[in-house]
Write a protein that binds this ligand. Structure first.
Ligand code: AMP
Length: 285
């Protein structure tokens, strides 16, 4: 597995592969890898001849009081995991290689980049959209794989790629979960053991809430209140949102009459967990 720390080193390797007519698949990450990330590598490998993972904890997407400094970092372990999965190249740049001192450009996606996570993390999607655009320009992959775990992020990335005519295919990959249903996340490392024991309630509750919504046929707000109470009762400290939305536009829906997504974010102790599930209209099953 090749490791590149700079854009210059990367450019030569990618040029060789392109000359040989090889298809390049990209998997952007912030490291602290788990099986969720590795599933994206497996998906990219199926769709390309050469798989490139990026590891970069993107400062642009963290707010001033968020966990940029404490975000888990373990480069040696990440490299071992990627090598074992047959990843061909890791691009792990230093901040200075990506951002000039006077870097001043921002990519901002209106609509799907607003609401939900953006409500409490107003800088987040501009930060994600800007770094992803940069990585797609630098790598120029044929295909890039992102997890449905970050469903709003995936939607934002699909939208910016379409709007800016970036020549890459964006693939969404399913959420990988622990055995008890908790969605894998680098931030799960923050959980204390009682918090870890309570954490699967988020996934359990959104599943029950989605079933209730389908059965009731309308009226998300009542089910929302029931679900939020369940989550708080299990020991979560705050529910950021539980939104039933159209699966493409992420706008609120009140009837299960089209493909929907239930998006959720809640705090347990000092850790913010997100999750989501697909909600299919009854006659599509
Ligand atoms: P991150 O390192 O958290 O920025 O995530 C990098 C990529 O991995 C993103 O496309 C995430 O959506 C994806 N990802 C993170 N957790 C999971 C998971 N549990 N299942 C599938 N994909 C995931």
């Amino acid at each position: 597995m090749i490791r590149c720390k700079t854009k210059m080193e990367l450019r030569d390797v990618l040029a060789d592969w392109r000359r040989a007519g090889e298809r390049i698949g990209a998997v952007p990450t912030m490291g602290a890898l788990h099986q969720g990330h590795l599933s994206l590598i497996a998906a990219a490998k199926k769709l390309s001849d050469r798989t490139v993972a990026t590891i970069f904890v993107n400062p642009l997407q963290f707010g001033p009081n968020e966990d940029f400094d404490t975000y888990p970092r373990d480069m040696d372990r990440d490299l071992e995991m990627l090598k074992a999965r047959g990843c061909d190249l890791v691009f792990a740049p230093e901040r200075a290689d990506l951002f000039a001192q006077d870097f001043s450009t921002k990519i901002s996606v209106a609509g799907v980049g607003e609401g939900h996570c953006a409500k409490t993390r107003p800088q987040f999607f501009d930060g994600v959209a800007t770094i992803v655009t940069k990585l797609l320009m630098i790598l120029a992959p044929d295909v890039a794989v992102f997890g449905e775990k970050d469903y709003q992020q995936l939607t934002v990335i699909k939208r910016l790629v379409r709007d800016l005519d970036i020549p890459v295919e964006i693939i969404g990959a399913p959420i990988i979960r622990e055995e008890d249903g908790l969605a894998m996340s680098s931030r799960n490392q923050y959980l204390t053991s009682p918090e870890r024991a309570a954490a699967p309630v988020l996934f359990e509750t959104i599943n029950l809430a989605a079933d209730k919504f389908i059965d009731a046929g309308s009226g998300w707000s009542k089910i929302h209140d029931w679900a939020a109470a369940q989550i708080l009762k299990a020991g979560f400290s705050k529910v950021d949102y539980l939104n039933m939305v159209d699966a493409d536009t992420l706008t609120a829906i009140d009837k299960p009459d089209r493909p929907a997504r239930l998006l959720a974010a809640a705090w347990i102790g000092r850790t913010r967990l997100i999750d989501n599930i697909a909600v299919s209209p009854p006659d599509s099953a």
